[in-house]
Design a protein around this ligand. Sequence first.
Ligand SMILES: Cc1cc2nc3c(=O)[nH]c(=O)nc-3n(C[C@H](O)[C@H](O)[C@H](O)COP(=O)(O)O)c2cc1C
Length: 191
Amino acid sequence: MHTDLGPVTALYPSLTTIVGAHCGGRPNFLAVAHLGVLNHGQPQYLCIGLNQAHHTNAGILENRQFSVCVPGEDLLAETDYVGLVSGKTTDKSGLFELFYGHLPAAPLIRRCPVNMECRLHERIVLGVHDIFIGELVATHADPAVLTGGKIDFAKVRPLLFDMPLKKYRGLGPVLGDCWSAGKALKRKETE
Ligand SMILES: Cc1cc2nc3c(=O)[nH]c(=O)nc-3n(C[C@H](O)[C@H](O)[C@H](O)COP(=O)(O)O)c2cc1C
């Protein structure tokens, strides 16, 4: 028998990201692991869930722009730090070397191998969270993490967020090919 844990979200591990925005005229960053891929067509949309207590929310609403940066394992301490302290009391703007793409209020982090810049499409208030839906404007990747022009997560070495055990985990080995490994079962079904 499975144990009924009650309404415990079990959608982990998830990707740990650093979200950036301009708050009161200066860049601010926070750790965000509650995020999702939405319309995987054109335009592409993604969403992030930010507790309304955070400093960053007002900056996203003010400028209608934000970044979603993917740190590698080497940025574990910095990622945790921006998830521990608030821009309300601590200036986090000098922590990273920054660059900008198309959007002047979506700060991108040089040391993050992958950075996405988003235009705010919509904010949905859900309980104590703001769900920010961003339209993806551009994705910037360090050539060192590309294989055949595509982002290779084995090279990114992302931090995976394990909420139940409060741990950062690393990526494991490749286990199979998507849209391919199930073909044997599909054949069996149609036999
Ligand atoms: C690994 C990690 C993941 C986090 N994910 C989220 C998240 O998805 N949503 C959220 O609202 N807060 C999340 N937090 C908490 C915020 O990053 C944290 O409260 C931060 O200090 C808020 O910064 P700000 O007040 O400058 O915006 C996370 C913290 C950590 C350490």
